[in-house]
Design a protein around this ligand. Sequence first.
Ligand code: I3S
Length: 126
Amino acid sequence: VKEPVSKITEVVEKEGYIQKAKIADGGKKLRKNWSTSWIVLAGGKIEFYKESKHPALANLKPGYKPEWVDLHGAHIEWTTEKSSRKNVFQITTVSGNEFLLQSDIDFLIADWFNVIKNAIDRLPKE
Ligand code: I3S
């Protein structure tokens, strides 16, 4: 299992609150469960922190590992089929994990889409 490299050496490209639902794990469908997440884009990956846990504090806890997504070779696309909510896009990883990200605030979600898409495009595909 690959671990994210040390946070100290990584440049945080963007972070903020967003609605997140994981809908597949390794190609296996999951029951959709939306929750607010603090998400951090850095070093070719996205980390998801629970809403209640401030990432800076969580990071100080030894052994705390946020859920994270490897963006190498990932796909990103807007979807109107996977949810009745507006402003939903999907990230699909090489390993078959699928995440929906959503915000009611148009510019906020558009910004996230563009930043993540740029990050994916800059990364080697594997
Ligand atoms: O695609 P679905 O199954 O209609 O997604 C809805 C469900 O995940 C629902 O949870 P329950 O399966 O526990 O009822 C969520 O509360 C809804 O938000 C999901 O639909 P939306 O359209 O909000 O993604």
